[in-house]
Design a protein around this ligand. Sequence first.
Ligand code: SF4
Length: 506
Amino acid sequence: MYDHPECSQADGCPSMPAGIPCTLPSRDWGDACGVFGIFAPRQDVARITYFGLYALQHRGQESAGIAVWHPREEMQHHKGMGLCFQVFTEEILRNLQGDCAIGHVRYSTMGASHIYNAQPMLGQGRFGQFAIAHNGNIVNAHQLHEQLQAQGAEMAGTSDTAVMVELLSRSSADTLEEAIAEMMGIIKGAYSLVFLAANKIIAVRDAHGVRPLCIGRLNGDHWVIASETCALHTIGADFVREVEPGEMIVIDKDGLSATEVLKPTRKACCIFEFIYFARPDSHIYGRSVYMTRQRMGNLLAQQAPVEADLVIPVPESGIPHAMGYAQVAKIPYGEGFIKNRYIHRTFIAPDQRMRELGVKMKLAPLKEAVRGKRIVVVDDSIVRGTTTGPEISLLRDAGAREIHLRINCPPIKWGCFYGVDTSAGRDELIAARMSVEEIRQQLGADTLEYLDMKNLIAAVGLPKNNFCTACFDNQYPIPVPKELKEAKVSITPPKSPKEQKQPTPS
Ligand code: SF4
């Protein structure tokens, strides 16, 4: 479990008023954002975007926002801290009228979790006003930020997205498309981006396609862009295809056009999307995330069998993995924990005792199900290991006789610099500091086995060179600057970040 990093700042959490404890959820590994875009004249695009963001809420819970291009050629937007339902009201959605819109849910990996980093962010270039929403991480953002500051730039926030806004705003290109193409030649890293401008939306993906991005069609003549296919299904759109690595998609009144901006190099989709991040009902590379997770469980049961009475998941992300394990192991599958579904924000202080209380608030053991039994506990991954130990203690206290921990990916030994929150430092990753046997002892399990890389790749069913697997094997497909790897850089928060105007209720 990993508490909101800004809480340790001397002046408190910047997301909360002075003197109020942090209410951001304690977290383990979070993904960095979900993006959504729609071009649908005369439709309620803000409300459809809201539904799309709701489907992508698992990708970010810190802030949410929607920008709409109004028929009177004005950009309107609203964003705020919290979950979609906390940020938007019926009145706000009613006032966001237009023909096209983009939306964003955020989980911070670069830049504080603060309203000034909430997205979509707005910018103004030679070509007019635009809004941007980003999923990923720009690894040379700090260098670009320094260069822009030296030119006197006043940034709209402290994230890599603010750097992109500044680059586009300063571009001498005549069109937003040209400015974006120019920027794609400068920025390095992982990015799936959607843009809103005068009567059009634009989507681009980095040359490796690290973060997912797909295209859908709604009611025949309307177009949708989303981080995951689950958002298309939620709004009734049909999946058309994924945005290709290095590609730019422009959608306007003339329909959809596609351009190859960057030559795709080797594909490097984040394999963790299959293990944990993506919603199980999504498809990536044409593969069902849910069925892939079941296959991981199948192969882990072959690789690391054990005699036991019951297979249980750590809910909810461990469910398909555990079902897959139980199928092949021929051990009954059941629930061993009940998850409190209403934990979104908890008043948890960053010390170990409170973290343990936090686990108890989230999970309760089913004593009658586990008492006296040999239990296989299946989870998708172990990152810091700070939640797994208390989970095992809960089962022991509930009377489990043996606890065999099975993890559906290899040990995570390296940080992610492509849009997943491990930036606080490699030493926080338990497998970077300890052997598997030491981890087993630390967590208090009777046995511990991880799915090996060969079986992970077999489960996803494509050659390894289609994926980024850097957090397991240190093979980073996009070079990471040394200073970023050593976590020595950050973008300094602006003293008075530029205000992003809220829509005026009519
Ligand atoms: Fe995904 Fe790990 Fe690569 Fe990050 S380092 S993109 S989490 S596979």
